[in-house]
Ligand binder design. Structure first.
Ligand code: CP
Length: 328
């Protein structure tokens, strides 16, 4: 009972206010976000292989549980854990007993019995990592950490954090920025994590740009300005964050066609010229070229899309080190 009560207070923080799990950027204190970004900075040397490994997670076991497809997140979590000297176990969901009907929590219990120290979880169901963390707390296994690697349309906190790291790297200071997030806000866990990160770090103007059908009801309450006209929304932006159309989460026809979408909301050099001349272009990937972004922009001089991926290693190292390595 007491475990459940303390879990509901702030499931990500322990009684000392330190990071216990990483489930969402929403509700994370600014100091913790800044500490993650600061901790990530020296790890870029490891990410770039100037330093091969650090021993912070030596003897620990990190289990990657990806119930949804992934290229960047799964791989960079694996690299990050290995560079922290952890043992990494990648559960192949397609060949696991989940395919025979084993429940998520039974899978977790069995892997926990193999002395797991950390679960990195991606799941199509919003809240799945919370459920796991709550289950572990309620059954006296609070020492096992849970990291949300993307749950449904709810949150993708390490993506949001690596995006904050990327912005800080190129723009240095959040306090003067105009940031435009463009595309399928409705279905995007990345957009939610970006908005929580940007507003917590004090960005004065966060804009979302999308057709009405791809905007969540009441999105203004998250502290953003809403634009349905991309030209207007891009004007004067310092950072342009593009999003993929999440076709796998769409129910019914929300758009006339991808060609029509590209005409109104695709990022072309002409539209990008409305942002500040030194604006950076970001995309969490995977990109759909010719749908939300023109190839000449994706491969152009303002794009920082591949550096985002590299920073993802350092940021995920920072999160795992803070959780499991006693580096708080
Ligand atoms: N950005 C992101 O989550 O990419 P993956 O789906 O490839 O992990």
């Amino acid at each position: 009972m007491s475990n459940t009560l303390s879990f509901t207070r702030n499931p990500q923080l322990n009684h000392q206010g330190e990071l216990q799990h990483l489930l969402s950027i929403e509700g994370l204190p600014r100091e913790i976000i800044e500490r993650i970004l600061d901790t990530a900075a020296p790890f870029t040397l490891v990410a770039e292989r100037e330093v091969k490994k650090v021993p912070l997670l030596r003897g620990k076991s990190v289990f990657n549980l990806f119930f949804e497809n992934s290229t960047r997140t799964r791989t960079t979590f694996e690299i990050a854990a290995k560079r922290l000297s952890a043992d990494v176990i990648n559960l192949n969901i397609n060949t696991s007993s989940a395919a025979k009907g084993e429940t998520l929590l039974d899978t977790v219990d069995n892997l926990a019995a193999m002395q797991a120290d950390m679960f990195v979880v991606r799941h199509a169901a919003s809240g799945a990592p919370y459920l796991i963390a709550q289950h572990l707390a309620a059954s006296g296994r609070k020492h096992i950490h849970v990291v949300n690697a993307g749950d449904g349309r709810h949150a993708h906190p390490t993506q949001g954090l690596l995006d904050m790291y990327t912005i800080r790297h190129y723009k240095k200071d959040f306090s003067q920025l105009t940031v435009a997030i463009v595309g399928d806000i409705l279905h995007s866990r990345v957009a939610r994590s970006q908005i929580h990160g940007l507003t917590t770090l004090g960005v004065p103007e966060v804009r979302v740009i999308a057709p009405r059908t791809l905007l969540p009801t009441g999105v203004e309450r998250m502290g953003v300005r809403v634009f349905t006209d991309m030209q207007e929304g891009l004007r004067g932006a310092d950072v342009v964050m593009m999003l993929r159309l999440q076709n796998e989460r769409m129910q019914g026809a929300l758009l006339p066609s991808s060609q029509e979408y590209f005409k109104s909301y695709g990022l072309t050099p002409e539209k990008l010229a409305l942002a500040k001349p030194d604006a950076i272009v970001m995309h969490p990937g995977p990109m759909n070229r010719g749908v939300e972004i023109d190839s000449s922009v994706a491969d152009g001089s303002q794009a920082v899309i591949l550096p985002q991926v590299s920073f993802g290693i350092a940021v995920r190292m920072a999160v795992m080190a803070m959780l499991g390595g006693g580096s708080q």
